[in-house]
Design a protein around this ligand. Structure first.
Ligand code: GLC
Length: 557
C-alpha cells in the first residue's frame, strides 16, 4: 500500500473528530481488546521461527518467495506412510485408495475427482461430476503428497471452461464465471472425450456458483506455494483468469457496503437456506481470494489497476466484517440494548436492527468467552446463525484478528456438543424448524431440521477446522475431532453428511464414498502430521492493516 492509501487506514496519534464517527474516528481509539484471552502463539508466528521451513517472516506471504515445496517424491503410496514418527491410522490407506478411485481422466490426464463414487444405488443427479469446490480438499491432499500434476491440470482445464460462452436461457453470464462442476463425456463410437460444464444452467435452482472462482484463485496460490512453480500463475491466461473473476466482484454499482451481494444457494449450501444477501461464507472466501490474487497478480499495466482496486476493497471489507459481522457476549449485549430509528452518521445501530429480532437461542449459546462472525448482516437483519466454513476461512485468511481467531476457537470448545457433537462438523447452527423451515426453505424435504445444510454435520469440514486449529495453536482440538471421525467414517462408507443434533445418524440422503469426506479427512491428518502444510492455505495477518477497534466503543472517543 502506498502512503496515501495508508492514510485511509489512518494515523493513530491524530486527533479524533467527534463529528464523524466512522472508521477513521474509531481507529484513533487506543486498542482495547475486549476478550481477555491468554494467547498461545499462533502457528503462523511459530512456524516462522521454529519449524523447519524455508520461509522467513518477510517472505511468508510474498509472491516472490512463495516456494515452499513439500519435497515429497511423486510415488504412488501416500507420503504419510513414509514419515518417521507418524504411525498412520489403518483407515488412511483405505482413504487414499478411495480417493484414487475417484480420479477423473480427460484424454489420458487426471483432471479432477468425482463428487461421489458410490452413486450406483441412488439417483446419480450430478454426483458423477467434478465439482470445483469439492476438488479443493482433493487438490490439497495431492499437493501435500507431492503430486501437483493433477492440480495443475485441473486449474488449466477449468480455466479453459471459464472461456466458454455461458448462457442461462437467453441470458449471458459474466465472462469471469467459473463452473460449479464439469463432466467428461465419452463417445464410444467416435472414440472421443468431451467436457460438459455446468455454470448454474443445469444446477438445481439455476444459481451460478459464486464460490467457484474464489476457490480457483485460492487453489492457484496453494499450488504455487506448495510447488514453488511460479510459472503457472504467471502465465498470461492465468493472470487473465484471475482478473476476470475479480472484475465480476469489483465492478462499481449501487452498493453501499464492500461485501458482495449474492443469491441464495450460490456456494456450498447450494439450496434455498436463507443464505443470500451478504453471507459470511462468500464474504470470507472473497476476502481470501482477494488476498491470494494480490500476491499473484503481476504489476503490469492492467494488473496494477486491478491491484489498486483489490487493495481498496480489502481495506473496506476488512473494516466492515470485523466491525459489523463480529459477535461476542459484549456485542450481543450492546445489540440487545440498541436504540432504533437512529438517523444520520452518528447512529450506533447503523443497520437499524430491532433488538426483538434477536432469536432466543443465541442468549444461551453465546459463551462469556468466545465469539464468531455471524451469518449475514444487512438492513434491519442479522442472521445470528453460526456457519463453519465462513468462520474457518476468516481465520485462515486473517480476516479475523488474532483475538477474534482465538475467540472463534474458544466458542468451538465451549459449544463442543452443539458444533462437533459425535461427528465433526456442523455446517450451520442451529437448525431452522417448523414454520420458519417452511417459509425459509420453501418446505425443502432435504433440508429438514438437523439434516443436510440445515444443521447437518459434514466430515469434509474437518480439514478446515484442523487448519484453523493449527493456525491458532490449538492442534489438540483438531486431534479430538479427528479421533471422533475415525471411529465411524470408514465403517459408515465415507458419508457426505450426518444428521441429528449430535450428528449421530448417517444423513437421510447422504451419498456414500463422498470424495470430499475422504479427502477432507486425509488433509486433516496430513496437516496435523506436518503443520508446515498450513502455509498453502493460510495467510498471515496483513501487518499494514489497522487493528480492530470496536464500533460499540465509538462514543468513548
Ligand atoms: C451438494 C452440496 C454441494 C456439493 C455437491 C457435490 O449439492 O450441497 O456443496 O458441492 O453436493 O458434492
Amino acid at each position: 500500500m502506498d502512503g496515501a492509501k495508508e492514510m485511509g487506514i489512518r494515523n493513530v496519534s491524530s486527533i479524533c473528530s467527534l463529528t464523524k464517527l466512522d472508521e477513521h474516528d474509531l481507529s484513533c481509539l487506543p486498542e482495547k481488546p475486549r476478550l481477555n484471552i491468554e494467547r498461545q502463539r499462533s502457528f503462523d508466528e511459530r512456524s516462522l521461527s521454529e519449524l523447519p521451513t524455508i520461509l522467513t517472516r518477510e517472505s511468508y506471504d510474498n509472491y516472490d518467495s512463495m516456494h515452499s515445496p513439500c519435497g515429497r517424491s511423486c510415488i504412488d503410496t501416500p507420503a504419510s506412510f513414509g514419515g518417521n514418527s507418524f504411525n498412520p491410522h489403518p483407515i488412511v490407506a483405505e482413504a487414499w485408495e478411495a480417493l484414487r478411485r475417484s480420479l477423473v481422466y480427460f484424454r489420458g490426464q487426471s483432471v479432477g475427482t468425482i463428487a461421489a463414487y458410490h452413486h450406483a444405488s441412488e439417483e446419480v443427479l450430478n454426483y458423477d461430476q467434478v465439482f470445483v469446490r469439492d476438488f479443493v480438499p482433493s487438490a490439497l491432499a495431492f499437493l501435500m503428497n507431492g503430486e501437483p500434476e493433477i492440480v495443475k491440470n485441473f486449474l488449466l482445464k477449468t480455466l479453459q471452461l471459464q472461456g466458454w460462452e455461458k448462457k442461462i436461457d437467453r441470458f449471458k453470464l459474466g465472462e469471469g464465471a467459473m463452473p460449479a462442476s464439469f463432466k467428461v463425456l465419452h463417445d464410444p463410437v467416435r472414440k472421443v472425450e468431451t467436457i460438459a460444464a455446468d455454470f448454474g444452467e443445469s444446477a438445481i435452482g439455476r444459481v451460478a456458483p459464486v464460490d467457484s472462482g474464489f476457490w480457483w484463485i485460492i487453489l492457484l496460490r496453494a499450488y504455487t506455494k506448495s510447488t514453488g512453480d511460479l510459472s503457472l500463475a504467471e502465465r498470461p491466461e492465468c493472470q487473465k483468469g484471475i482478473k476476470l473473476i475479480l472484475m465480476l466482484c469489483l465492478a462499481e454499482g449501487f452498493d453501499t457496503f464492500p461485501t458482495l451481494l449474492c443469491a441464495d444457494g450460490c456456494s456450498m449450501i447450494d439450496r434455498r437456506m436463507d443464505v443470500y444477501g451478504y453471507p459470511i461464507e462468500i464474504q470470507a472466501l472473497f476476502y481470501m481470494a482477494l488476498r491470494c490474487a494480490l500476491v499473484m497478480l503481476k504489476h503490469d499495466g492492467e494488473g496494477k489497476d486491478c491491484i489498486e482496486r483489490i487493495e481498496q476493497r480489502l481495506h473496506a471489507l476488512n473494516f466492515h466484517m470485523r466491525s459489523y459481522f463480529w459477535l461476542d457476549f459484549q456485542q450481543l449485549n450492546d445489540i440487545y440494548r440498541y436504540k432504533t430509528e437512529e438517523y444520520s452518521h452518528t447512529a450506533v445501530n447503523k443497520f437499524n436492527v430491532i433488538p426483538d429480532s434477536i432469536p432466543d437461542w443465541i442468549f444461551d449459546f453465546m459463551p462469556m468467552r468466545g465469539g464468531y462472525f455471524i451469518g449475514n448482516v444487512s438492513p434491519a437483519r442479522m442472521d445470528f446463525r453460526w456457519f463453519c466454513l465462513g468462520n474457518c476461512i476468516a481465520i485462515l485468511s486473517s480476516l479475523a484478528t488474532p483475538e477474534q481467531s482465538m475467540a472463534i476457537m474458544d466458542l468451538i470448545e465451549a459449544r463442543w456438543d452443539e458444533l462437533v457433537g459425535e461427528m465433526p462438523l456442523k455446517i450451520a447452527y442451529p437448525a431452522i424448524e417448523s414454520h420458519e423451515w417452511r417459509i425459509i426453505t420453501g418446505c425443502d424435504p432435504k433440508n429438514t431440521r438437523w439434516s443436510y445444510h440445515n444443521g447437518g454435520s459434514w466430515p469434509v469440514l474437518l480439514w478446515l477446522l484442523t487448519a484453523a486449529c493449527i493456525k491458532t495453536g490449538r492442534p489438540q482440538i483438531a486431534r479430538q475431532a479427528i479421533d471422533l471421525a475415525e471411529t465411524r467414517l470408514l465403517k459408515d462408507g465415507w458419508p457426505e453428511y450426518y444428521d441429528g443434533k449430535l450428528g449421530r445418524f448417517i444423513g437421510k440422503q447422504a451419498r456414500k464414498y463422498q470424495t470430499w469426506s475422504i479427502a477432507g479427512y486425509l488433509v486433516a491428518k496430513m496437516m496435523l502430521e506436518d503443520p508446515s502444510h498450513l502455509g498453502m492455505i493460510s495467510l498471515e495477518e496483513d501487518k499494514q492493516r489497522k487493528p480492530l477497534i470496536k464500533r460499540s466503543s465509538s462514543w468513548n472517543c
